[in-house]
Write a protein that binds this ligand. Structure first.
Ligand code: FCB
Length: 445
């Protein structure tokens, strides 16, 4: 007798995809859109691999209908997308660009008609350049400006959007934008970084309050890129190194929002945030969005500022060089449940870049992506079985798109994009994901 085993997800489990405006929209200077820090940054030679930019990207601004039809065809139930702040407010505040706002209204309408829940990241890294010219996230005025922007979007889209994240991955805004300088605005300055890491959290808190004032039944969340750190060996110094990295990259954002205080490392660095600020950051949320891609291995290194170093492992990695480690998702969720009072979770991003090959018949047999997603879903299911309130899973990403400093060289999509013709071709993983959604799980044979 043959039998098959498989896994099934809870009935109301939400299956989605996520993408971000700059990475897909293109139309960088059309219909009144203002310049963003990413427009400025990508137009400076040397900043982005192959001189790529998001000027055209996937041309989603003009092809959103086709893209939503594709989502519908794949059975996608929810879509996290971001709003380009300068498309709506070209100067960052003041006059609204009606054409830009209309684009998002049409997108939301189209999604709703298709039976796909529109979910919004208010900010996925596109600061209006005029605000950068006044200091960007270093200037504390940004907190109020962001809340005003949130209010506008909440009022305009709030009849159809109920699930919101304020700032996708605040840690990346601060670290990559102001410490390593790999992302726009390309600043490398520890003092600026510290201010930014605080201001993004204040802005997040104030915007959460502002949106709740518009509708009390909005589902308000935060989405953090979280990397669990493991010591390279079981020795006190390496464990301490893992703790430090965890505090600096994960708890720096988790603790203020969910506990109202920075982790101990903040005191060691000499940070003394005032209590009113901490109250502003410490907002009740309805869900915690987890963006999970990989883990980190930590080793003691007295030459580094944190006395800690991240080690690369020679294990299988994705094209990004990120170790494939599905158990990290389980460990992360378990630990977050324990340390932060059992929140409701969504995996708001999970996915992988691989060197997809287009066969002669235009098929893309991306089995490595299927394995990656399947193994992470198994880890997610294990977490649910163990009592974790995980309510949904969003694949990053529907389309291949502009992967920030790596340009178009890294492909994360379930759907291949030919950047010359902009033709979309679902990969094998897209068909596989459709089956997962249809069956609310999958079987192994
Ligand atoms: C996440 C970003 C997303 C994409 C993926 C690969 O950290 O939020 O825009 O770049 O990584």
């Amino acid at each position: 007798m043959s039998s098959s085993i498989g896994i099934t997800f809870p009935q109301d489990f939400l299956w989605g995809v996520s993408m971000s405006s700059y990475q897909i929209e293109g139309a960088w200077n059309e219909d009144g859109k203002g310049e963003s820090i990413w427009d400025r940054f990508t137009h400076i030679p040397g900043n982005i691999k192959n001189g790529d930019s998001g000027d055209v990207a996937c041309d989603h601004y003009h092809r959103y209908k086709e893209d939503v039809d594709l989502m519908k065809e794949l059975g996608i139930q929810a879509y996290f997308f971001s709003i380009s702040w300068p498309r709506v407010l070209p100067k960052g505040d003041g006059d609204v660009n009606k054409a830009g706002l209309d684009f998002y209204k049409r997108l939301v309408d189209k999604l709703s008609e298709a039976g796909i829940e529109p979910c919004v990241f208010l900010y996925h890294w596109e600061l209006p350049q005029p605000l950068q010219d006044k200091g960007g996230w270093v200037n504390r005025d940004i907190v109020q400006l962001f809340a005003d922007y949130a209010k506008l979007i909440g009022r305009e889209l709030g009849d159809k959007v109920k699930r919101w994240v304020m700032i996708d991955e605040p840690q990346v805004v601060a670290s990559d934008g102001y410490l390593t300088g790999e992302h726009a605005p390309g600043i490398k300055d520890f003092g600026s970084f510290l201010k930014v890491s605080h201001h993004v959290q204040l802005a997040q808190g104030k915007a959460i309050q502002t949106l709740r004032d518009i509708k009390s039944n909005f589902q308000m969340g935060a989405a953090f890129n979280l990397t669990p750190f493991y010591p390279i060996k079981d020795d006190e110094k390496d464990r301490e190194a893992a703790r430090k990295l965890d505090e600096f990259l994960n708890r720096w954002y988790l603790d203020p929002l969910l506990r109202g205080e920075y982790p101990p490392l903040a005191r060691e660095i000499g940070m003394k945030p005032d209590q009113e600020d901490m109250n502003m950051i410490h907002q009740p949320i309805d869900f915690l969005g987890v963006n999970y891609y990989t883990r980190g291995i930590a080793a003691y290194d007295p030459t580094k500022p944190l006395k800690a170093r991240v080690i690369s492992k020679n294990t299988p990695t994705t094209e990004m060089g990120w170790e494939i480690y599905p158990d990290g998702l389980y460990d992360l969720l378990t630990r977050l449940k324990r340390d932060y009072n059992d929140p409701v979770f969504y995996v708001t991003e999970n996915g992988a870049a691989f060197d997809d090959k287009v066969e002669k018949n235009s098929r893309i047999e991306d089995d490595d992506r299927i394995c990656f997603l399947r193994d992470h879903m198994i880890a997610a299911k294990r977490a649910i079985r163990d009592g974790i309130k995980l309510k949904g899973y969003f694949v990053w990403s529907l389309l291949d798109n502009f992967e920030w400093a790596k340009g178009y060289a890294k492909r994360f999509g379930l759907v291949h994009v030919d950047y010359r013709t902009l033709k979309r071709t679902p990969k094998k993983s897209a068909h596989w994901y459709k089956q997962v959604i249809t069956n609310n799980g999958f079987t192994f044979f």
